[in-house]
Design a protein around this ligand. Structure first.
Ligand code: MG
Length: 165
């Protein structure tokens, strides 16, 4: 019997809000008074996704692949970094079964942007939209998320490794 070789990956990422930065989530710019601080464009959704993908492949994390001590990654679009992770995936014969992302934020209200972000993510990952889910929770006003100091995201992905023939 042929069994499928599936691998799961999980991750968690956090960024602080900073005035004067763009808020980019899943490659989509969201209108808000604050953006996220970081070495790259600080796209917390794509960071969580990339780390989950690398985790599933057993290939470390984005800090190893794209160190923030390297000036070439300063201000870089996380979409560019994702393209590199996807190339690694292809070379290692992995395909995405599905992914699930949870945003943890008190503000701004993100639900109105989910449709667009989801469509964009599906395009970046080359999967049908039903295979990539996006949702958000608040922390009921508790802690640094509740105080609106930053935003977090978690991601889970399932990959299938194709057999070499
Ligand atoms: Mg990050």
């Amino acid at each position: 019997m042929m069994t499928r070789d599936c691998r799961i990956g999980h991750s968690f990422d956090v960024h602080r809000f900073r005035r004067g930065r763009k808020l980019i989530l899943g490659g989509v710019e969201i209108p808000y008074a604050f953006g996220l601080a970081g070495h790259s464009d600080a796209d917390v959704v794509l960071h969580a996704l990339m780390n989950a993908l690398l985790g599933a492949m057993g290939k470390g994390d984005i800090g190893i692949h794209f160190p923030d001590t390297d000036p070439s990654y300063k201000g870089i679009s996380s979409e560019k970094l994702l393209q590199r992770v996807l190339r690694t995936m292809k070379q290692a014969r992995f395909r995405i079964v599905n992914g699930d992302v949870t945003l943890i934020a008190q503000k701004p209200r993100l639900t109105p942007f989910f449709k667009e972000i989801r469509r964009h993510l599906a395009g970046l990952l080359s999967v049908p939209e039903e295979r990539i889910n996006l949702k958000a929770v608040t922390t009921e006003g508790l802690g640094w998320v509740g105080e609106g100091r930053g935003m977090a995201a978690t991601a889970v992905v399932l990959l299938e490794k194709r057999r070499s023939r």
